[in-house]
Design a protein. Structure first.
Length: 255
């Protein structure tokens, strides 16, 4: 098995608090890995270390066998690591198509020039439309992003990450803040991306039915430490994990 992303003894301290404690993991290439754990387990902090928003106190991060521990978040994006946040991050005053097209142009190192004929940018628009098809958002191409529903903004954010040709998608609670009616649509988008089998997906999520349905492997963090890893079925049966979730939270979530 090929591993695209690895951490070795990854640690970060905030004062006297150890938020991530000597975590060593290997993320398989083109597989779906989920990270779970109770609130305060260190999941988002771990993501922030992977994507470069935070620098570790100790340990190393490797992307395709290259040490990226000291690389910036921007450099990691250029290498192929895309990160979504719990709060959507789009250009609100541009249309959906313009948001994605600009991401496509950015990946191609082409800046917009006002006086060039629009047909010069046709190939970028065509690629943007193809990506919007993948995230089930092409019918909103001409909408101003600010006017989208919350779930649609999530789709747009994922589309922009795809436009950057990221090899890894780090999805931090993509259903956070959504109504119950919006959740199935974002799950469908993630399933479409997984079905293409050309990207690695790493997901933080609290919805256990979603974890069970999508994941090839599940990592469990507790108090900043990796306490278990395995298939979804193995994790459900893991007594250490059940204990960490205080009195059988898993039993409630998975049944």
């Amino acid at each position: 098995m090929t591993f695209i992303l690895e951490t070795k003894d990854l640690t970060i301290n905030f004062g006297g608090h150890v938020a991530v404690n000597h975590v060593t993991v290997q993320i398989p290439e083109k597989k779906f890995t989920s990270i779970i754990g109770p609130n305060g387990a260190g999941k988002t902090t771990f993501f922030n270390l992977l994507s470069g928003q935070l620098s570790p106190s100790e340990g190393s991060i490797f992307f395709k066998n290259q040490d990226i521990t000291k690389k910036s978040a921007t450099d990691r994006t250029r290498l192929g690591i895309g990160r979504s946040f719990q709060i959507t991050n789009v250009f609100p005053n541009l249309t959906v198509l313009e948001n994605v097209r600009l991401a496509v142009q950015s990946q191609a190192n082409v800046r917009y020039q006002m006086f060039k004929h629009f047909l010069r940018y046709k190939k970028f628009e065509e690629k943007a439309h193809a990506i919007l098809d993948l995230v089930l958002l092409n019918d909103r191409a001409d909408y101003v992003a600010a006017n989208l529903a919350h779930g649609e903004k999530r789709k747009l954010e994922i589309a922009m990450l795809l436009a950057l040709e990221t090899e890894i998608l780090l999805l931090d609670e993509p259903t956070a803040g959504m109504s119950l009616e919006e959740v199935p649509a974002i799950i469908e988008v993630i399933k479409h991306i997984k079905a293409e089998e050309n990207r690695t997906i790493v997901l933080i999520e609290h919805k256990m039915d979603m974890i069970m349905d999508l994941s090839d492997e599940v990592l469990v963090l507790f108090h900043g430490e990796l306490i278990a890893k395995g298939t979804p079925d193995e994790i459900v049966e893991n007594e250490t994990v059940q204990s960490a979730y205080l009195g059988g939270m898993y039993d409630e979530q998975f049944t």
